[in-house]
Design a protein around this ligand. Structure first.
Ligand SMILES: Nc1ncnc2c1ncn2[C@@H]1O[C@H](COP(=O)(O)OP(=O)(O)O)[C@@H](O)[C@H]1O
Ligand SMILES: [Mg+2]
Length: 361
């Protein structure tokens, strides 16, 4: 009976999600459950019969807690400061030491309970980062709004001045610069607002081919002085997708513009669409959806490997007059449409951005 009970308690201790280490009155390890083995990286066999102080020599806070509980019978907890460096790993833990009491109340040892905080610490880190980002976003949106009004004033005044100046006045060069730079700031502010402000999508069935076709038509005209060939390979079976037409237009315009800027004076810009038959995405609480892929490719200089991971970071640009917000906006729009965007690039050969959107009807 007593044996059964002992086995029962051993099972209970082994099943606890926290690490449990039991020491006798001399500070020798008498028991250690599997979770404690995992957390400390020290096996039960290694630990049993060893002095706790020797096993955890470098974990000063922990050995002090154990010593204090053993000496005074106090229960001590620390949720903040303990980092285990045993077993070749670094593990943040919370620890509680309590006295092990016999029926008659006499102290016969110490119980140490450890909890692995690795996941919690990671979560805290992610939360702090998200928090910081949303603060920056709010700040940027506020700043952008504040800039818009005075900018309008500057623009109006410069336009007036231009009108008043005689045709041959050299001062017109300056008003032109002012107006051009105002337009540039205006664009940055607009893009920043897009990126920072939360918004609701205006969903309707959207014909992707029409959007992309229109963009190519307009851009063709805009670069008619250059030798850029535009290629269009559309899969006619792709039905309209549910999306925000204005945002999807912005998305593909940004990508096509980047492609044009990449090829420079002459080259090729290719847009292709296809249904990804072998690809489907499950969203929480939604049925599986097939995806449509739109590729925007160019035969420009490509992207150096070390730049690949920065492409979608706001303000990353390699262009003298770039804002570095285009791809960040693309990323936001794609995410808002529950899609994905990826990039493949080969230096000297070119770059292809692929936008994948769920085909929900
Ligand atoms: N098609 C492309 N080919 C080569 N590099 C590209 C291409 N598209 C984007 N990039 C790189 O990514 C950077 C960021 O692009 P983007 O966010 O649109 O900002 P911007 O165009 O204002 O520089 C560009 O400066 C460029 O270095
Ligand atoms: Mg761009």
């Amino acid at each position: 009976m007593g044996n059964h009970l002992g086995e029962y308690y051993a099972n209970v201790i082994d099943s606890v999600g926290d690490g449990v280490i039991v020491l006798d009155g001399d500070g020798t390890v008498t028991l250690m459950n599997p979770t404690a083995e995992e957390i400390t990286g020290i096996s039960r066999r290694q630990a049993q019969g060893q002095a706790f102080g020797a096993l955890f020599r470098s974990e000063e806070i922990l050995t002090e807690m154990v010593a204090k509980t053993a000496a005074t019978g106090m229960t001590i907890s620390d949720y903040e400061n303990i980092v285990l460096r045993t077993g070749g790993r670094i593990t943040p833990v919370s620890a509680t030491t309590s006295p092990l009491l016999r029926d008659d109340g006499e102290r016969i040892g110490t119980i140490l309970v450890l909890r692995d905080l690795t996941n919690i610490r990671e979560l805290e880190g992610a939360l702090r980062k998200a928090d910081r980002l949303s603060t920056v976003g709010t700040l940027a949106a506020g700043l952008a709004h504040e800039i818009k009004n005075p900018l309008g004033g500057i623009k109006g005044a410069a336009q007036l001045m231009e009108r008043e100046l005689p045709e041959e006045s050299e001062l017109r060069d300056y008003t032109r610069v002012v107006l051009k730079e105002v337009q540039r700031v205006d664009r940055i502010v607009e893009e920043l607002l897009q990126l920072a402000s939360p918004r609701k999508l205006q969903l309707s069935p959207v014909n992707l081919h029409k959007i992309v076709g229109d963009i190519l038509l307009l851009q063709k005209r805009a670069v008619s002085g250059k030798k850029i060939a535009f290629l269009q390979q559309f899969d006619p079976s792709i039905p309209p997708i549910l999306g925000d037409e204005a945002l999807l237009t912005q998305l593909f315009l940004n990508l096509v513009k980047n492609a044009i800027e990449a090829v420079g004076e002459d080259g090729q810009v290719r847009v292709a669409s296809r249904v990804l038959a072998d690809y489907s995405m499950t969203q929480k609480g939604e049925r599986r959806a097939r995806m449509v892929a739109i590729e925007v490719g160019d035969d420009g200089p490509g992207i150096p490997k070390e730049e690949m991971e920065h492409l979608f970071t706001p303000f990353f640009t390699t262009k003298p007059k770039g804002t570095g917000l285009g791809l960040a906006i693309c990323q936001k729009i794609v995410t808002e449409h529950r899609g994905m965007i990826k990039v493949e690039s080969e230096p000297k050969r070119g770059t292809t951005f692929t936008v994948m959107l769920p085909l929900i009807q």
